[in-house]
Design a protein. Structure first.
Length: 982
């Protein structure tokens, strides 16, 4: 700054401001840091260049600045005032500590993960200004300031003030006046259009985003005039071709850069929402690190071996850029979560490339052939280690977020839209057509942004009989185009051996899969089973159909259909017998299902699922079921790791996320669990998904033992329930929240009111059953919690009479509850009769039915409970010895039973150990069963407490937790309070 200009400025400012130094400047102004003398604060003074100031109407400029000064938003730097003296025209704003986005860009490009928060902040600021009718007109990195992890926008309203003031001064319209910075000006600004509106800011922000991620704006030219011409007439290079950025994010930015304002995002708020969605597509949970381990046995761990990189065809050059971008985002997420550098994590998680398979275009007279080819391509690609196929659930979730109807069909155009929205870099499109007796089948690898084919393959079938083989060859060649080794693919069994030689059977199977994937077709599950049964009747060696049939038969509630259970196990056994016909992944699934539901060998089932992950690291079924197996075993670190890996593979699948939460809660990471819940609510925001999220929150509030919050949510969900299942879930949660605080009367009333309303005017026998069960529950609670056995035996008899439970099949009866009812009632004889009948029925089944086998932990637990009721405590302990061998895995009811047995045997110390496991467990699985046993266990512990600490932990807990208990529970609180004082 020249001394003469500084002196001139200081003279013009007078005593109001003291200039500190010059900060820089641009084409329209010079920028100074100054001190507001009266207020003692630092401000920025921007002085218009003499050339620009000469053509400005001063008074109009000051008025426009004062109007803009009324704009208030956290992400907007406000204008303070405007002034004029000594021929200088200036305006002021607060000084923002930090750096400009221009300075940040000069240090290098930003990752999508780091850029998104900035872009969201700027878009939100634009949205707020646009709603007030103020268009910025000069969005550029120099006007975006980074302050305390946020981006704020400066100079709002200045461009409009200049435009209006120049027009007023000259008496001319503003046509032909291009206010702004050439590198970021919209085509309409560059053309001097007088009707420039808010969409010009959207274009400019697109230019800024483009530069943030690529290192340069969409157009660069030393000549400002040529740059303006480029904005009007040239198309920028697609961002994904020059920067490692997700396709979804590239699509958001490229839409900002459309020449036609109508083709851009309609509002800045819509753009902010689009950026937010991309933010939560990448910024999910910390991804698995290289320390992820799997176990073949409970005592052996080994690290995952990341497959080596494979050669990729030249035709996939554009796809590779996107794949690298995805890998970079994954590595960055890992580095952030672990605190280690991104470089050390680069190979930590080799995420397979996502693809979406569009429904095949069917140009034949046979309407089933398109689905058949579509399913064949999906099935074949699911065997690949290099790609992961977007699931129907993920597709439906994407459509809901797009506010589009969930479609059972996904044609190529819709598949491309979904791919862009979800950041999926590749769409597999197919076609089948018939020429005479010959069939032509074709598959293409398509870029979703522009529909350009990256590669394509075609096969012919001389007749319908040769069609399966042709489809198999087509699918394998498609895998080869994706980069798989031709040698490896050649070694695989042909498709007709892996599936079936019967085209009719394959048609049935394909239709069954369609029904299985349908979310909205009534009785879809029933129809799927019927079609699968048709398929195996047409080809009894169709192993894939046998496996799917077995899984579907057992995925209902087999307790209410022993015949269905037998059919399901028979189907899985047949699939296991035919497993050598299957592909490696399908073979593993058949083995795992067999060992889970037929042989009942959890260790071998786990080994089978792990073998699947060796073959296909992103297999969702294996990840889900391994998480479930670890959950059953209480191995929550593994639950967490499998869950996080599942989410990394398929973050659009709502079913993947609960494993992350169970793992986080089970390992004491409550903050992580809450963060995951918040992310889920951002990602799954449709009404249908919201209902499921609220239902899941019933679990998480119970896990956190937040009974008041659980009560509030449960009452709200009962009012909003759309069906009996949702209402029952909410009712159970409400009763738990009340029971845990000793508010039994309210719990009973809630149960009674639901029954009365739901069954009003309906079959009186059903109503009598509901009332009978309600009465049984009421007296059971009085006996278990309040030591009041009067009436419980009569209530049990009433329930048995109205329900006819003694005429039910044994596997349909609530056997544990029936035994427990009699034990609580003090009727050891009836408890023994109930148990003996159950054991005899189990012995007749010989492990082949639905009942727990003789000698199982469940059977031992029931017998132990009966023996305690019979005052045979030592025998009970002997029977319960196998249950006690692995104390950490014993469920709450069995834990309570063991504690009672030790107490009945006079072993107070051992009883205290086991009862404390009931009351002190942090195992999230026990949140629900604890509701039944916590209070009785606390009462027993209070009765045998020998020290002040023991009394505080047991008697004190009763007093604290039941402070608002019903009057009928107050005698127990009084006794506990008395024990505290003793």
């Amino acid at each position: 700054m020249s001394a003469s200009f500084q002196e001139h400025l200081e003279l013009a400012l007078g005593d109001e401001y003291r200039v500190v130094r010059e900060l820089g400047g641009g084409g329209m102004s010079r920028v100074f840091l100054a001190t507001d003398v009266a207020l003692g604060r630092q401000v920025v003074i921007k002085v218009l260049t003499p050339e620009l100031a000469a053509g400005v109407n001063r008074e109009r400029f000051r008025r426009e600045v004062q109007l803009a000064a009324g704009l208030h938003h956290p992400m907007i730097v406000p204008l303070l005032t405007a002034g004029e003296a000594e021929g200088l025209l200036w305006y002021t704003m607060p000084f923002v500590e930090g750096e400009s986005l221009r300075e940040r860009i000069q240090r290098g490009v930003m990752s999508g993960r780091d850029a998104l928060p900035i872009l969201v902040d700027v878009a939100r600021a634009l949205g707020a200004a646009h709603r007030k009718g103020i268009v910025h007109r000069d969005i550029k990195p120099g006007n975006i300031l980074l302050h305390e992890q946020h981006a704020v926008v400066a100079d709002f309203g200045v461009a409009k003030a200049l435009t209006a003031a120049v027009a007023t001064s000259t008496g001319l319209t503003t046509a032909g006046l291009a206010v702004g910075t050439p590198a970021y000006m919209s085509p309409e600004q560059a053309a001097g259009d007088a009707t420039v509106d808010a969409r010009a800011d959207i274009y400019a922000l697109g230019c800024v985003a483009y530069e943030l991620l690529s290192g340069k704006p969409p157009f660069t030219n030393p000549s400002a005039a040529r740059m303006l011409v480029a904005h009007v007439s040239q198309v920028p290079v697609p961002l994904e071709q020059i920067a490692p950025v997700r396709l979804g994010m590239a699509a958001v930015i490229m839409r900002c850069l459309e020449k036609d304002p109508d083709a851009r995002w309609p509002t800045a708020d819509a753009l902010a929402d689009a950026f937010e969605e991309q933010r939560y597509t990448t910024e999910t949970l910390p991804l698995p690190s290289e320390s992820f381990t799997r176990h073949r046995t409970p005592t052996v761990e080994r690290p995952v071996v990341t497959p080596p990189a494979r050669p990729v065809a030249r035709a996939r050059a554009r796809i590779v850029v996107t794949t690298v971008a995805i890998a970079s985002a994954v590595a960055l997420a890992v580095a952030l979560s672990s605190g280690r550098s991104g470089a050390s994590q680069a190979a930590a998680y080799d995420a397979p490339q996502s693809v979406i398979v569009a429904d095949v275009a069917n140009r034949t007279a046979d309407s089933t052939l398109g689905d058949l080819l579509s399913e064949a391509l999906r099935t074949e690609l699911q065997e690949s280690k290099l790609v992961t196929v977007l699931t129907p659930a993920a597709t439906a979730s994407a459509l809901q977020r797009m506010q589009r109807p969930v479609a059972s069909r996904v044609p190529a155009t819709l598949a491309r839209e979904i791919a862009v929205r979800e950041g999926v870099p590749l769409v597999i499109e197919g076609r089948i057509q018939q020429v005479g007796n010959t069939y032509l089948v074709r598959a293409a690898l398509v870029s979703p942004l522009d529909g350009a084919e990256q590669s394509a393959v075609q096969e012919t079938a001389a007749s319908e009989d040769a069609l399966i083989a042709a489809i198999g060859r087509l699918a394998r060649r498609t895998r080869e185009k994706l980069g798989e080794s031709s040698t490896t693919l050649t070694a695989l069994a042909p498709m007709e051996r892996v599936t079936t030689t019967s085209l009719d059977a394959l048609r049935k199977y394909t239709e069954a899969v369609r029904f299985g994937e349908s979310m909205r077709v009534k009785d879809a599950g029933k129809r799927e089973i019927e079609l699968l049964e048709d398929a195996v009747r047409l080809d009894s060696t169709f192993a894939m159909a046998w496996r799917r049939l077995g899984v579907r038969l057992l995925s209902g509630d087999p307790r209410f259909s022993n015949e269905r259970l037998v059919r399901g196990r028979r189907a899985l056994t047949r699939a296991y017998e035919l497993r050598e016909r299957l592909s490696p992944v399908e073979r593993g699934l058949a083995e795992a299902a067999y060992f889970t539901d037929v042989a009942r060998d959890p260790a071998r089932a786990t080994a089978a699922y792990e073998a699947i992950l060796d073959e296909q690291p992103a297999n969702r079924i294996a990840l889900n079921n391994l998480a479930n197996a670890a959950f059953v075993d209480g191995m929550f670190e593994r639950v967490r790791e499998y869950g996080r890996r599942y989410v990394a593979v398929d973050s659009s699948n709502l079913a993947a996320w609960p494993w992350v939460l169970w793992g986080a809660y089970g390992t004491g990471r409550v903050d992580e669990a809450r963060a995951a819940r918040a992310l889920m609510r951002k990602r799954f925001a449709s009404l249908e998904q919201l209902a499921e999220l609220n239902a899941q929150d019933l679990n998480w509030l119970a896990v956190e033992r937040d009974w008041p919050a659980l009560e509030r949510l449960a009452r709200g969900l009962m009012q909003q329930a759309r069906d009996a299942r949702q209402e029952d879930r909410a009712l159970q949660s409400l009763m738990l929240s009340l029971t845990m605080r000793g508010q039994f009367e309210a719990a009973w009333r809630a149960n009674d009111s639901v029954g009365a309303r739901r069954l009003a005017g309906r079959d009186t026998a059903e109503l009598r059953l509901w009332r009978g069960d309600g009465a049984r529950q009421r007296y059971f609670d009085r006996a278990l919690y309040l030591d009041d056995t009067v009436g419980v035996r009569r209530a049990i008899q009433t329930y048995r009479a109205v329900s006819g439970v003694d005429r039910w099949l044994m596997q349909d009866r609530p056997n544990w509850n029936l035994v427990l009812d009699h034990v609580v009632a003090g009727d050891a004889k009836a408890a023994r009769a109930q148990f003996d009948a159950y054991r005899a029925a189990s012995a007749r089944e010989k492990g082949a039915g639905a009942l727990a086998p003789v000698g199982s932990a469940f059977m031992q637990s029931i017998e132990g409970l009966v023996l305690v009721a019979e005052a045979r405590a030592r025998e009970a302990l002997r029977v319960l010895a196998p249950v006690m061998a692995d104390a950490a895995r014993v469920p709450t009811p069995e834990t309570y039973t063991v504690g009672r047995a030790w107490l009945a045997a006079g072993e107070r110390d051992s009883a205290r150990v086991w009862l404390t496991r009931v009351t002190g467990s942090q195992d999230p699985r026990r949140a629900w069963t604890e509701g039944m046993y916590r209070a009785p266990a606390l009462q027993l512990l209070c009765g045998i407490a020998d020290t002040e600490l023991q009394r505080q932990e047991s008697c004190g807990a009763i007093v604290r937790e039941w402070q608002d208990a019903d009057d009928i529970a107050q005698p127990i609180v009084t006794r506990a309070r008395a024990r505290l004082r003793s």
